[in-house]
Design a protein around this ligand. Structure first.
Ligand SMILES: [Zn+2]
Ligand SMILES: [Zn+2]
Length: 339
């Protein structure tokens, strides 16, 4: 079978045997797998938490070696690549995505493969969700990233009618914009340097769009908030300058949520005293728990967020290189890798 792997720091298409499964494992025939910003950072050597690429996957259960899970051969599913233990100190205190078991288990050999194995742990901990009949595999590939956006909004503690500024109108930023009304948020500003993405953000319901190449972000935000600044900013970009944009636009007492993953070694040059003097809260958010991916599935299947129109490109596993090239050209919102 074909599988995209990082070998010796390079992206390679390998011909690998179909993984054999042990007791309790699942074998999934991949049908769609989203190309995530973190995959791109891994390929570029800018992310060192895990070398496995492809985690936004959906597919069909090809083989199962466990009973009593409610999952059967032939089921259309979303397998969650990481599942927590639900009993350790981290899980009990709301940091379940920091659970030791959460990252310990993952797809083998990764989601950009014709087939991949899901470990027993993920299966028995409830990490396999059956897809409703009306949900396509492409749509299901958005469950994981949408779950991450839901977590960001939940961790922000954003309240109804608060103002929100989303920095970055990539698929993550655009998903946050679409989720905002479901959290009672109607005033959403979005910034991006790509006019096509801003156009899309408008269609997704953004009230204000800002292009930092033409506009002074801070001035635009102050103008739209009676000189106060926004209540909450979500940084949906890995670019460290995006964090700065967020900090320059936040009101006194506001919250900045770090969602995009900055490349390895990034640092922030910002006066810490300004955070304290202005009582600014910075909250990071990482990945998604069970509840968040279930909510994501629900929102997508009910059409409460539109993921289909974010898919601008599709590439086969062997052409994953082209996906990276296209992204560099700037026309891509979301690329899906298909077998
Ligand atoms: Zn992702
Ligand atoms: Zn745990």
């Amino acid at each position: 079978m074909k599988s995209a792997q990082i070998k010796d720091g390079k992206l390679r298409i390998e011909e690998l045997p179909i993984p054999s499964i042990a007791s309790g494992d699942l074998l999934i025939e991949m049908k769609a797998c989203g190309l995530c910003g973190s995959d791109i950072e891994k390929i570029r050597g800018q992310y060192d938490v895990s070398p496995i690429i492809g985690h936004e996957a959906s597919g069909i259960v090809k083989e199962i070696s466990a009973n009593g899970t409610g999952i059967e051969k032939g089921d259309r599913v979303f397998p969650h690549h990481h599942v927590s233990c639900k009993s350790c100190h981290f899980c009990r205190t709301g940091s379940d995505t920091m659970c030791k078991s959460y990252r310990e288990f993952h797809f083998d050999p990764g989601g950009f493969s014709e087939f991949f194995r899901v470990p027993q742990w993920n299966v028995k901990q409830g990490g396999i969700l059956k897809l409703p009949a009306n949900m396509s595999f492409d749509q299901a590939s958005f469950i994981e990233p949408t779950g991450c956006c839901i977590r960001a909004l939940r961790r922000s503690g954003i309240a109804k009618d608060d103002s929100l500024f989303v920095v970055g109108a990539g698929p993550i930023g655009l998903t946050v914009v679409q989720l905002a009304p479901l959290f009672g948020i109607t005033k959403v500003a979005v910034s991006d340097i790509n006019p096509k993405r801003l156009e899309f953000a408008k269609r997704c319901g953004a009230s204000v769009t800002i292009d930092p190449t033409d506009d002074d972000i801070s001035a635009a935000i102050m103008k739209g908030t009676n000189g106060i600044g926004v209540d909450c900013t979500i940084i949906a970009s890995g670019n460290p300058s995006a964090v700065r944009q967020g900090l320059e636009s936040i009101r006194r007492g506001g919250k900045v949520i770090l969602l995009g993953i900055p490349p390895l070694g990034s640092s922030l040059d910002y006066g810490v005293e300004r955070l304290v003097n202005n009582e600014v809260t910075m909250i990071s958010t990482n990945a998604a728990n069970d509840e968040e991916v279930r909510l994501a599935l629900d929102f997508i299947s009910k059409g409460q967020i539109d993921v289909d129109s974010m898919i601008t490109h599709k590439f086969s596993i062997e052409n994953i290189d082209d996906a990276l090239e296209k992204i560099a050209e700037g026309d891509v919102i979301k690329s899906i890798i298909v077998p």
